[in-house]
Write a protein that binds this ligand. Structure first.
Ligand SMILES: [Mg+2]
Length: 371
């Protein structure tokens, strides 16, 4: 059994001037075999940069095209292939975008091997330990506070028990941030958990500590990425001194970065993203790192339905985690495959083959940018 073709696909919405809340682009990967079966992966990164890593000509043994490393390999040897790729890209890789690309490969290989053996990815990861996940909804606040409050109420009425919002500058304007949060809290009442995502905009320890005072009244479940993830000392001081969970880590890649982050930042919740951290194999290692450092693991996920399905498969097999981030993106790329059903804030884990996804080829045809 051999890998015969690798298809890196760059999708982009904005060329059609469509209104879009996040999710303007996507990187999808198909890995084909001589059996006729293929696997699908995704990375939430810079798609054109990732595509270049697959189609570039190889220079030498440590600067190879990712496609060239994959072609001819037996797809069932996932760990061996992932090690080969890490070594063959060492000149331009080891962290960042290269690990994002490897994440897409790892996900596609797991989907493919699941199809080869007729089992779910959760089974490949050691077996499903639960049949449902609790879901929390993430959304980006509008500039119009009334629209934001209405959106939050709709999500509550859909059955979500925890909402998170952030992005599009939230965190940078003190009065707007307080007014937005107050309007949301008023709309949803006190019986729903609420978290904010600051995307690093609270700058430093002193500023963050001061700004937090305004949010005490809203009884927040967690504060996500108050400062950039490099500032681990700041995370540690905030984690020790604020009476609220501090979370972060969505931008990090490899088990090495997560090991350092969990040890130094002392966050309550670490949030690796399957499409960036390195894929399923790395995510399993990060789960152990989190357990050993007393962190809860709640994966990040705000891309397409492929990531939602992949995260659900990981969480089904997880020893300790059962909370999935259920993004409420309005992007035309979001439903690139069959949606992961979520009812009343709960995602049921059903037995499936691979990731359990079928791609919508029409979306690919409409939005693919070729080069
Ligand atoms: Mg975030």
């Amino acid at each position: 059994m051999k890998i015969t073709k690798v298809e890196p696909i760059w999708l982009r919405v904005k060329k059609f001037n469509e209104p879009c809340e996040w999710g303007e682009d996507a990187f999808i990967l198909k890995i084909h075999t001589d059996t006729g079966l293929f696997g699908v992966g995704e990375s939430d990164s810079a798609p054109a940069v990732l595509k270049a890593m697959f189609i570039q000509p190889s220079t030498h043994g440590s600067c190879m095209s990712l496609s060239e490393v994959l072609l001819g390999q037996d797809p069932r040897n996932i760990s061996k292939i992932m090690d080969d790729l890490f070594e063959a890209s060492a000149y331009y890789g080891r962290r960042g975008a290269l690990i994002h690309a490897l994440s897409a490969i790892d996900i596609a290989l797991h989907d493919l091997v699941g199809k080869i053996y007729g089992v779910s990815v959760a089974t490949l990861l050691g077996g499903a330990r639960r049949d449902y996940l609790n879901a929390y909804a993430t959304f980006i606040p509008d500039r119009n506070i009334e629209i934001t409050a209405k959106r939050a109420l709709e999500l509550k009425n859909e059955g979500f028990k925890l909402l998170k919002f952030g992005g599009d500058g939230f965190g940078a304007k003190a009065q707007f941030d307080i007014d937005t949060t107050r309007a949301i809290r008023k709309a949803i009442g006190d019986d729903i958990k609420l978290s904010i995502d600051l995307v690093g905009l609270w700058k430093n320890y002193g500023y963050a500590k001061e700004r937090f005072k305004d949010f005490v009244e809203f009884n927040l479940e967690w504060i996500e990425e108050p400062v950039p993830s490099e500032n681990m000392d700041c995370y540690a001081r905030l984690s020790e001194n604020l009476p609220c969970k501090i979370t972060g880590g969505e931008a990090l890649a490899t088990e090495y970065e997560f090991d350092e982050f969990c040890k130094k930042s002392r966050v309550a919740i670490v949030q690796p993203d399957l499409t960036r951290c390195g894929g399923f194999i790395t995510m399993k290692k990060i789960e152990n790192i989190a357990i050993n450092n007393g962190c809860e693991l709640v994966p990040h996920g705000f891309s397409t339905q492929i990531l939602l399905h992949a995260t659900a498969q990981f969480l089904a097999s997880s020893k300790t985690c059962n909370l999935i981030e259920y993004s409420k993106s309005t992007s035309s790329l979001f439903n690139i495959c069959n949606p992961l059903p979520c009812e009343d804030g709960v995602v049921k884990i059903s037995d499936c083959v691979g990731l359990g996804i079928t791609l919508n080829e029409e979306i690919i045809k409409k939005y693919e940018i070729k080069f």
